[in-house]
Design a protein around this ligand. Structure first.
Ligand code: SF4
Length: 479
C-alpha cells in the first residue's frame, strides 16, 4: 500500500524529485496563482539541496539554478510562507546540523548578535578546571608536560565559582566542564558541580573517567550532582587504549570505574545521565559492533539503569592522520547500518547520536566534512555563541585552544576573569572594542567540530547579507 508523502519528506535522499514537486505544488497552490508547477520544482530543488548542503550561500544557489533575483526572491518568500519547508530541510541528510547546532543558536539570537558584532552573553560556557591529564593521546594538541601550577588551583576554582554564579540561569546558557586537560584531576571539581547544580544548571562533564574511582567519589561526592557524565572512549581493550593514550592498563581501569559508577547510580537512584563520546579513528571503523558489546557488558552492572547515550563522530580536527580513507568510508557506510541495527537489539534504551557528517553518511549521502581554514576563520570569532574559561580565568574563543603553553593559543584569549572583572565584563569589552585576531596557518586546529559548524554558518550569513539577501539570510532561521 502506498503511503502518502508529505511536504516534510521532500528533502529525504530517496525521494523522487517529481513526487516532491507534486507534493509542494499541492501545498503552494493556495498561495500563488501562476507558475505553480515550476515554483514547486524550484522549491523542491532548494529544500533538497539545503537538506544535504546546509552551508551554501543563497546567491550561489540562485546562480546554480539560473534564476534572476526577482524570481529567486519570490521563491524565498514562498519558502518563508510555508513553515513545513523549513522543517523538511531538517529532515534531510544534514538535518542534525540544523537541529543540533543551528536552531538552538538561532532561537537564542546568538548568530545574529555575532553577525552584527553586538555583545550577547554566550549560549555555551565551558569550564576547563583540569590542571593536568594522566593520558597523552596521540591526536591531542596539549603540550607534553605542560600543566597548571599547583598554586593556581585554589584561586582558579574561586574564579570558576564566580563564573558559575554569573551565568544567567534562565535556560539561555548551557554550561559544561571539559578540557583543556582532565577535569577530574581538580580536587575541587565536585564542589563546583554542586554549586552549579544549586543554581539549577544542568552541567555535563566530559572526562576520560580514569580517575572516576571510589576514592574520587568519596572525596568529591559533588560529582553526583552532574546532569550528565560523558566519557571519551579511546579504544575497546588495553592495547588500543595504550596505542592512543600511551597509558598501560587504562581500558581495564576505566571499565571497572564505569561498572562501579553504574552500579552505584542504580543503587542511589541517581538521575545523572551517562554516555560515551566515541571517535572513529583510522583503522578502527570495524569496531562499532564491539562498542555495542562493550556497552551491553557494562549494562550488566546495572540492568535497571543502562547507559543512556553514545555519540559517534569522525575526527574533526582536520589532521591528515585523523582522516578516514575512501575504503574506510565505504566500510563505514555499511558499518553504520549494522551498528544502529545491532544497538537496537542489544542496547535498546541507548540513544545514538551520529552527528551531522555520520548521520548523512548513514542516510546514504557522503556529506562534506567541514574544513575551516585560516582564510575562512573569523577574526572576531563568536563569543556570543561560546567561550571557554580555564583555571587562570583566561577566556578562550575556541574549544581546542584552552591548553597551557599551546603555541599561538594565547592570541585566542579574549581576556582574563579576575576577582574584579567578570566574564560579562571581559566579553563586552572584547566585542565592543572591535578586537580581532588575524588567523595564521595552524590556527584552524583550535576549532572543534562545533566551532567549525558555527563558523561556517556565520560565514554563510555574512555572505548572504553582503549579496543583498539579508532578509532571507541562511534560508532557515528562528522558528
Ligand atoms: S585528549 Fe583528553 S585525555 Fe587525551 S591527552 Fe588530551 S586532554 Fe588528556
Amino acid at each position: 500500500m502506498e503511503t502518502k508523502m508529505s511536504v516534510l519528506d521532500v528533502a529525504r535522499p530517496d525521494v523522487d524529485h517529481d513526487v516532491a514537486r507534486q507534493v509542494i505544488a499541492e501545498r503552494i497552490s493556495v498561495l500563488c496563482e501562476e507558475g505553480v508547477e515550476q515554483k514547486a520544482a524550484h522549491l523542491a530543488t532548494i529544500v533538497s539541496h539545503y537538506g544535504a548542503h546546509p552551508f551554501t550561500p543563497l546567491e550561489q544557489t540562485r546562480r546554480t539554478m539560473g534564476l534572476d533575483r526577482e524570481a529567486f526572491a519570490e521563491l524565498l518568500h514562498l519558502f518563508d510562507s510555508v513553515p513545513e519547508l523549513a522543517l523538511a530541510v531538517e529532515q534531510g541528510p544534514a538535518g542534525k546540523y540544523w537541529s543540533n547546532t543551528i536552531k538552538p543558536l538561532n532561537a537564542a539570537g546568538a548568530l545574529d548578535a555575532a553577525v552584527e558584532r553586538r555583545f550577547a552573553f554566550p549560549v555555551s560556557v565551558g569550564l576547563y578546571p583540569g590542571p593536568t591529564c594522566m593520558f597523552r593521546c596521540h591526536f591531542c594538541v596539549r603540550v607534553t608536560g605542560a600543566r597548571y601550577a599547583a598554586d593556581a588551583l585554589s584561586p582558579g576554582n574561586e574564579i570558576l565559582a564566580a563564573v558559575i554564579d554569573e551565568v544567567p540561569n534562565d535556560g539561555g546558557t548551557t554550561m559544561y566542564m571539559s578540557g583543556g586537560l582532565e577535569p577530574l584531576t581538580n580536587p575541587g571539581v565536585g564542589e563546583l558541580i554542586t554549586q552549579a547544580a544549586g543554581r539549577g544548571l544542568d552541567l555535563t562533564m566530559y572526562t576520560n573517567s580514569f580517575a572516576l574511582t571510589d576514592a574520587t567519589l568519596s572525596r568529591q561526592p559533588g560529582v553526583w550532582d552532574l546532569g550528565a557524565l560523558r566519557t571519551s572512549l579511546y579504544g575497546l581493550n588495553d592495547e588500543e587504549y595504550e596505542q592512543t593514550t600511551t597509558k598501560k592498563g587504562a581500558f581495564s581501569r576505566v571499565k571497572a570505574n564505569l561498572q562501579r559508577f553504574m552500579h552505584q547510580r542504580q543503587e542511589r537512584g541517581s538521575d545523572i545521565r551517562l554516555g560515551f563520546n566515541h571517535i572513529i579513528l583510522p583503522g578502527r571503523t570495524g569496531r562499532l559492533i564491539d562498542l555495542v558489546d562493550f556497552i551491553a557488558e557494562l549494562n550488566e552492572s546495572s540492568p535497571d539503569r543502562p547507559l543512556d547515550f553514545v555519540t559517534v563522530r569522525e575526527d574533526y580536527s582536520g589532521r591528515e592522520d585523523g582522516r578516514l580513507d575512501g575504503k574506510e568510508r565505504e566500510e563505514l557506510l555499511h558499518g553504520l547500518d549494522a551498528f544502529v541495527e545491532y544497538a537496537e537489539r542489544h542496547t535498546p534504551e541507548m540513544t545514538i547520536d551520529l552527528g551531522y557528517a555520520l548521520e548523512s553518511l548513514h542516510r546514504g549521502v557522503d556529506a562534506e566534512l567541514l574544513r575551516i581554514r585560516p582564510d575562512t576563520m573569523r577574526p572576531a570569532a563568536h563569543p556570543q555563541v561560546a567561550v571557554q574559561v580555564d583555571l587562570l580565568g583566561d577566556v578562550y574563543l575556541y574549544r581546542e585552544a584552552g591548553f597551557p603553553d599551546l603555541e599561538g593559543a594565547h592570541r585566542y584569549v579574549a581576556g582574563r576573569v579576575t576577582s574584579d572583572r567578570s566574564l560579562h565584563d571581559v566579553l563586552r569589552e572584547f566585542v565592543e572594542s572591535g578586537r580581532e585576531v588575524q588567523p595564521v596557518a595552524g590556527d584552524e586546529y583550535f576549532l572543534d567540530g562545533f566551532d567549525q559548524s558555527v563558523t561556517a554558518r556565520l560565514n554563510q550569513l555574512d555572505q548572504d547579507v553582503a549579496d543583498g539577501w539579508g532578509r532571507f539570510r541562511g534560508l532557515v532561521r528562528a522558528s
